[in-house]
Ligand binder design. Structure first.
Ligand code: ACO
Length: 163
């Protein structure tokens, strides 16, 4: 797959036609936070704070690649996922892709959209020169990522902080 500079693709599923494209500033509204709240707590912040974060991501566009799935017939955002591109000293200044916050609207789950999104992000990471793409998920979601072409590797650890 070769992507244009925006990394957009159209996907055709049984349930209709969808565009996988970069998140735009105007997309980040209450509905978007509602979609994300299927992942974890995602309260709606003040618009100014959202704008500041969006500008930060734009300034670091080589690192942050947030994609959404848009339903063609309704122009509704029905999925979202992030690829972070980490630049390393090891592996001759190699790059690693990190997949984060993959979510599909509840009523649209099971249609193949999550898989199309993850495959897109992984292919995009490869196109950006990443030698691998990694992610952390629950045991419950492992089979989904296996269907997307990922394999189990090592273990995940976490330390939670107050802030
Ligand atoms: N267990 C086993 N198989 C699964 C699961 C599961 N939990 N979820 C999907 N699959 C299978 C499907 O049956 C399908 O198989 P097939 O190709 O043989 O038909 C294949 O995986 C692809 O499924 P999709 O329809 O593309 O998955 P969907 O669009 O429903 O998206 C997702 C999956 C993103 C996990 C969705 O259920 C969701 O949004 N869940 C809530 C949020 C969430 O948990 N996100 C993942 C967090 S981890 C992270 O972000 C790195």
């Amino acid at each position: 797959v070769r992507f244009d500079i925006f990394g957009e693709i159209w996907v055709k599923m049984d349930a209709g036609e969808y565009l996988v494209r970069r998140l735009e500033r105007k997309d980040v509204d209450e509905k978007y936070f509602e979609l994300l709240s299927d992942l974890t707590v995602a309260p709606v912040p003040e618009k100014e704070r959202v704008d500041r974060l969006f500008s930060f991501m734009e300034r670091h566009a080589e690192t942050y690649h947030v994609f959404v799935v848009v339903q063609k017939s309704t122009q509704k955002i029905v999925g979202s996922g992030t690829l972070l591109v980490e630049h390393k000293f090891i592996r001759d200044l190699g790059k690693v892709g990190h997949i984060e916050d993959i979510v599909v609207l509840k009523e649209m789950q099971g249609e193949g959209l999550g898989k199309a999104l993850v495959e897109h992000l992984a292919a995009y990471a490869s196109e950006k020169g990443c030698y691998k793409t990694i992610l952390a998920c629950s045991e419950q979601n492992a089979a989904f990522y296996e269907k997307c072409g990922f394999v189990r590797k090592e273990i995940e650890m976490a330390m939670y902080h107050k802030g």
